[in-house]
Design a protein around this ligand. Structure first.
Ligand SMILES: [Zn+2]
Ligand SMILES: [Zn+2]
Length: 249
């Protein structure tokens, strides 16, 4: 009726909201926050670096090394492999006995990002398909109060896996970063989640349109929450829990 549907406006509204939150917290935009992993152990990208990467002539916005040069498709028959932290010696190693699923770019402040990346790339595996196979004594939980208990290497700060111990729609799934593996065949990123969240972490809101356009160029839809199938799964779980939907068989 108005030419632009609410659905089309939704991402924009989130961007405005995120920018407002930064403005409220700091009084002024732009602000030089550090962009990158929330872990104090990880390397962050300063605003200066962010601007220089985002103004390079051939690439307006740098998202993540696995995205910037185009996406490499994974293999349906890939059986899993080992992921290692970034320590040059005695790395923590986890072994996955299956490929990741729902692999995606995430703009939230909690997921681990490699140095210089604006987004994390994170996927899930069933928790019984994951085991710590070397140097597990170097693991520590980043934030014990968070729903997802993210296990990071104490020395290099890399997150090896995130696990949910509470009653939750995603209980039973572990969150992992397949880029920590040298093997090829991991499921390629499927979509971009929590895109507007990068603004809260200091990304210039005027450039968020470039970020969304870059994802679309790569064939990835952008969302300011999770993807519709995951949001529907959460809603169905909640509906069953509160008795509005029949209990799962
Ligand atoms: Zn390490
Ligand atoms: Zn995230």
């Amino acid at each position: 009726m108005f030419g632009v549907s609410v659905v089309e406006l939704w991402p924009f509204l989130f961007d405005v909201l995120a920018a407002c939150m930064v403005t409220i917290k700091t009084g002024l935009l732009p602000v030089c926050f550090h962009v990158g992993a929330s872990s104090s152990l990880s390397t962050s990208l300063t605003c200066e670096q962010q601007l220089s990467t985002s103004t390079s002539p051939d690439r307006m916005v740098s998202l993540h090394p696995l995205l910037d040069n185009g996406i490499t498709p994974g293999s349906d028959s890939f059986p899993g492999g080992t992921l290692k932290c970034l320590c040059p010696s005695s790395p923590v190693e986890i072994t996955l006995t299956t490929n990741v699923a729902h692999n995606h770019a995430c703009g939230c402040s909690k997921c681990w990002k490699p140095a210089g990346a604006l987004f994390s790339i994170v996927g899930v595996v069933p928790r019984d398909e994951l085991s710590v196979t070397a140097n597990g004594d170097k693991l520590t939980i980043v934030d014990e109060s968070a729903v997802i208990q993210r296990y990071a290497c104490k020395e290099c700060g890399t997150h090896l896996y995130g696990r949910i111990e509470k009653e939750h729609p995603f209980y039973g799934l572990d969150f992992v970063h397949a880029e920590l593996s040298e093997e090829e065949g991991w499921q390629e990123p499927q979509f971009a989640a929590f895109v507007s969240s990068v603004i809260e972490q200091g990304f210039d809101p005027a450039k968020i349109g470039e970020v969304r356009a870059r994802f679309r160029e790569l064939g990835l839809e952008t969302y300011d929450s999770l993807s519709p199938p995951l949001m529907d799964a959460i809603a169905a779980w909640t509906g069953r829990k509160n008795g509005k939907l029949p209990a799962a068989a």
